[in-house]
Ligand binder design. Structure first.
Ligand SMILES: [Zn+2]
Length: 198
């Protein structure tokens, strides 16, 4: 067999393996399952429904990758209806994302603003480090609706659409993008998630 044909064949096998539907029997070893034997060490868990989106979590109890996938799905459907997604940039970001969950809030070292655009200090519940990398504090409620996930996804979506920033000062005047509609949107999505106990 010619080397080039072999290479193509291998490439296809890799692709097809990656796209194989998840079977219940293999659940303990597939990428979308959290391995509880790893106890408190960080592990990468694939988010179902999305192409190449993963989360880094420490314990398996919260949040489940399935619920995160559901929350992102709800986020995108509503975003599409309300704000649109020309060129599918938001969809592409959501499909290629790393979500890191943290046990403790992160100390703010500068450059953080409240919803009105006023600088704040203290600790952060979530951070969008770049459109495809967000950090979220788990907090104690064991509910995605109580975390900053949806808030950070708005930053990530705006960043994908604008290209330069995710509007760190929210409704403030220095950066453009975030409006009162985005603040309301977060409330609505989180209410929806809370109503389904997620
Ligand atoms: Zn923010």
């Amino acid at each position: 067999m010619k080397p080039s044909i072999l290479a193509v064949a291998l490439f296809c096998v890799v692709l097809f393996n990656g796209d194989r539907p998840v079977s219940g029997a293999a659940a303990s070893t597939d990428a979308t399952s959290c391995n509880s034997r790893k106890k408190n060490s960080p592990q990468l868990v694939k988010i179902p429904r999305l192409k190449n989106t993963w989360q880094i979590q420490r314990k398996c109890k919260f949040p489940s990758a399935k619920h995160v996938g559901f929350a992102i799905d709800v986020f995108y459907k509503k975003w599409l209806r309300q704000f649109g997604d020309k060129d599918k940039k938001v969809l592409s970001t959501l499909n290629n994302m790393m979500i890191e969950w943290g046990e403790k809030p992160k100390a703010i070292t500068g450059g953080a603003f409240d919803v009105n655009g006023d600088p704040i200090s203290g600790t952060a519940r979530g951070l969008t480090l770049m459109p495809g990398y967000i950090w979220i504090w788990e907090n104690r409620y064991q509910r995605i609706a109580a975390t900053a996930l949806i808030h950070e996804l708005v930053h990530a979506a705006l960043w994908s659409q604008q290209g330069y920033h995710g509007d760190p000062d929210h409704e403030g005047d220095e950066f453009k993008g975030w409006t009162a509609k985005h603040t309301k949107f977060i409330r609505e999505v989180n209410t929806l998630l809370a109503n389904t106990d997620i």
